[in-house]
Design a protein around this ligand. Structure first.
Ligand SMILES: Nc1ncnc2c1ncn2[C@@H]1O[C@H](COP(=O)(O)OP(=O)(O)O)[C@@H](O)[C@H]1O
Ligand SMILES: [Mg+2]
Length: 228
C-alpha cells in the first residue's frame, strides 16, 4: 500500500532531513509516526501526499511509484488521500456543511450525490447538528471533526494526519483518535504523526519512531524480528 525504499530527502538548503527510510505500510493498518519536533515526521508524510519528492530512492503508494509522478497526474493521485491538519485549515467564511461540500465540488461530483454524502459524513463524525455553524463558532475538537469529515468525504484509501491532536486537550484528542480508529475499522489506512505520549500509551497501534531523519524503531518490524 505504502512503500518507501531507501529514501533520502534533502531540502534545497542541503540538509538531509530523511536518511535511508525503508518502510512498508499495509492496507488497513493504523500507524503512529512518532518523534520529537524536527525529526522529519512531516517531511515523511509530505512524501506520501507528494507535496515533496524523494531526493533518492522510491516511494510507492497504492501500487504506483509516485517518486516521479507527472504533475498532471497529481490531482487524480491525491483523490486517494485524505489529509487532516493540526490547525484544521477550515475556511472561516464557510459553514461546516460548505467546508466539507467544497472538497466534493472541486473534484466535480454530482450535486445530488454531494448533499447525501456530506450529510452522511457529518453524521459519522458527530457534527451534523452544527452543519450551519461557522468554524469560529466551534470548539477545537469540533473543528477537527469537520477536518476529518472533509478528509473522508471523497472516500480515500489513506488518511494522513499530521499532529491532528496537537491543538486539543487530552479528552478531545482521544475522541479524535477514536474517530480515526472507527474510520480505520472500515478499511482506511491511517498514518498519524504525533508526539503525544499519552495518546501512544492509550492505543495499541504500530509505532514507527523517527529521530534525526532515521527510523529508530518500528514495533511491527521489531515483533517480526522476535518471532523469526
Ligand atoms: N521546506 C523546508 N526547507 C528546508 N528545511 C526544511 C523544510 N521543511 C522541513 N525542514 C527541515 O527538516 C527537518 C525536519 O522537519 P519536519 O519534517 O517538519 O519534522 P517534524 O514534523 O518531525 O517536526 C527540520 O530540521 C526542518 O527544519
Ligand atoms: Mg511536523
Amino acid at each position: 500500500m505504502i512503500k518507501f525504499t531507501c529514501v533520502d530527502k534533502m531540502y534545497p538548503d542541503g540538509n538531509k532531513t530523511l536518511k535511508n527510510i525503508n518502510l512498508k505500510i499495509d492496507k488497513g493498518e493504523f500507524v503512529f509516526l512518532v518523534g520529537r519536533s524536527g525529526a522529519g515526521k512531516s517531511t515523511l508524510l509530505k512524501l506520501i501526499t507528494r507535496e515533496e519528492r524523494a531526493s533518492k530512492g522510491s516511494v510507492s503508494v497504492l501500487g504506483n511509484d509516485i517518486t516521479n509522478i507527472k504533475v498532471n497526474k497529481l490531482h487524480t493521485y491525491r483523490r486517494n488521500i485524505g489529509i487532516v491538519f493540526q490547525d484544521f485549515k477550515l475556511l472561516k467564511d464557510k459553514t461546516v456543511y460548505e467546508n466539507v461540500e467544497l472538497a466534493m465540488r472541486v473534484i466535480g461530483e454530482n450535486p445530488k450525490d454531494i448533499k447525501t454524502r456530506v450529510m452522511e459524513v457529518l453524521q459519522k463524525v458527530g457534527i451534523y447538528h452544527k452543519c450551519n455553524k461557522y468554524p469560529d463558532e466551534l470548539s477545537g475538537g469540533e473543528c477537527q471533526r469537520v477536518g476529518i469529515a472533509r478528509a473522508i468525504v471523497n472516500k480515500p484509501s489513506v488518511i494522513i494526519a499530521d499532529e491532528c491532536t496537537g491543538n486539543l486537550d487530552i479528552e478531545n484528542s482521544r475522541k479524535i483518535v477514536d474517530l480515526l480508529e472507527s474510520i480505520n475499522e472500515e478499511g482506511v489506512t491511517i498514518v498519524m504523526a504525533t508526539h503525544d505520549m499519552e495518546i501512544l500509551k492509550q492505543y495499541n497501534k504500530r509505532i514507527v519512531a523517527i529521530d534525526a531523519g532515521k527510523i529508530i524503531k518500528d514495533t511491527k518490524r521489531d515483533q517480526y524480528e522476535v518471532i523469526v
